[in-house]
Design a protein around this ligand. Structure first.
Ligand code: NIG
Ligand code: FE
Length: 417
């Protein structure tokens, strides 16, 4: 199978040498080619360049299976979304209204809502029901340009329900064209049965759940919600000491509602990413500098909960890489639209479109260990791309917030829509 996209207005985020991440000022160096083509064989990008170039002339056009004429349109590498919770049951718009009427996210949780509300819904749902509900979201994000996604457990909060969630994630991995990475987030909240006994719950996660997950190979990463009333940096270090033994690399929900030390615990434990970061401080920036941990911002959750902004400009000025992801979940961001996340990052955090595009592709691919194969237009990389509708320039994507501007998604070299 071969596929040619020709007459591309702008081919966005090309690389002649693959880079695993872009830090600081490098995030502005988005490379593009005007009037371009990209050629795909099987599921891999095998060449790209200018229309009319020698490389283009060398293609045996009449032998190509599918040709797309992208005149007036642009081609991007698919978005990489390194932080989602898209396996969940039901929805939480009642809490949305409660927050409009004055309750905070923390108050809703202390009344047994929030994550515990989703846990009670998830426990009642069958694996098949959960799979079907999640696949609606999977197909939605594919149509919005996402090509790879990390999905977390964390609404089961018991041995059997966490395993049920992780098996649903495995089914999504097997049956959708998305590239999927699975994360065990048993330490998302202390469930009602363990109220007042956080140590007992952590012991169950470490002694029972981690070995079961490892034996079924159900997860690549282990995450924890490091926050007052949830889990502490010490809990994180304890959990990661165990998860590292099973080959599950750490990730941390850090500094979202307050500063609680999750970034430092993540960096010390060799986390691949620390996510949220609304309350990041100078010591955290210093700890991240020179580490291999990717700082991931989740503009949708910050916007939806009306939290303070993470200091993204300060992070980039300090030379850090930054990734953008959606956090798609029923409580703090009921949207997985990466185009919208990019708009928010540009509008609210003053990221440039170039920085936001790199943050949502290579850097977010890095945060799920995929940036050697995903997240840019490079020879040898996975052919995950999308063609836009007719728009004047790539800046139009963040500018035209709320519009759906993706025309055709191509995953693994195949046209999906
Ligand atoms: O990433 N912060 C914790 N976890 C999720 C929200 C979970 C929920 O409210 O259901 C988040 O924002
Ligand atoms: Fe999250």
């Amino acid at each position: 199978m071969s596929l040619l996209i020709k007459n591309i207005g702008t081919l966005v985020h090309t690389e002649s040498d693959i880079r695993l991440k872009y830090s600081g000022a490098e995030m502005s160096a988005l490379q593009t080619i005007e009037n371009a083509f990209v050629f795909v064989e099987k599921d891999t990008i095998t060449s790209f360049g200018k229309m009319g170039s020698e490389l283009f002339q060398s293609l045996a056009i009449d032998k190509i299976d599918t040709v797309i004429d992208a005149t007036g349109r642009h081609v991007f590498p698919s978005w990489c979304d390194s932080h989602t919770h898209i396996v969940y049951a039901g929805s939480r718009e009642r809490e949305f209204v409660d927050r409009i009427n004055g309750l905070t996210y923390e108050e809703i949780f202390s009344r047994g809502g929030g994550i515990l509300n989703s846990a009670s819904n998830l426990r009642k749902a069958t694996e098949q029901e959960l799979f079907e509900q999640a696949m609606v979201r999977v197909n939605e994000i594919i149509s919005l340009g996402t090509g790879s996604v990390e999905i977390k457990s964390g609404y089961g909060l018991s041995l059997e329900s966490e395993l049920k969630m992780l098996r649903v994630i495995r089914r999504i991995k097997e049956s959708s064209p998305l590239t999927v990475k699975a994360t065990f987030l048993g330490a998302h909240a202390v469930p009602t049965e363990f109220k007042g006994n956080k140590a007992g719950y952590l012991k169950m996660l470490i002694d029972e759940l981690l070995p079961a997950i490892a034996s079924e190979k159900l997860a690549e990463y282990c995450d924890i919600f490091c926050e007052q009333n949830y889990f502490s940096p010490e809990d994180a270090m304890q959990l990661f000491e165990a998860s590292n033994k099973y080959g599950l690399q750490p990730k941390v929900h850090a500094e979202q509602l307050s500063h609680s030390g999750g970034i430092q615990a993540g960096v010390k434990s060799g986390a691949i990413s620390v996510d949220h970061l609304e309350f990041i401080n100078d010591d955290d920036i210093a700890a991240l500098k020179g580490s291999s941990t990717m700082p991931v911002i989740l503009p949708g959750a910050q916007f939806f909960l009306g939290l303070q902004k993470p200091e993204v400009r300060k992070m980039i000025s300090a030379g850090l890489p930054v990734a953008i992801s959606s956090d798609y979940n029923p409580g703090s961001c009921p949207s997985g639209n990466m185009n919208q996340m990019i708009s928010l990052a540009c509008i609210i955090y003053k990221m440039t479109p170039e920085e936001a595009i790199i943050a949502s592709t290579t850097n977010s691919a890095y945060a799920m260990g995929l940036s050697n194969t995903h997240g840019s237009i490079a020879v040898g990389k996975k052919a995950n791309l999308f063609v836009t509708k007719e728009i004047p320039s790539y800046n139009f994507i963040p500018y035209s917030f709320g519009s759906v501007l993706i025309d055709t998604a191509i995953l693994n070299g195949k046209k999906i829509s």
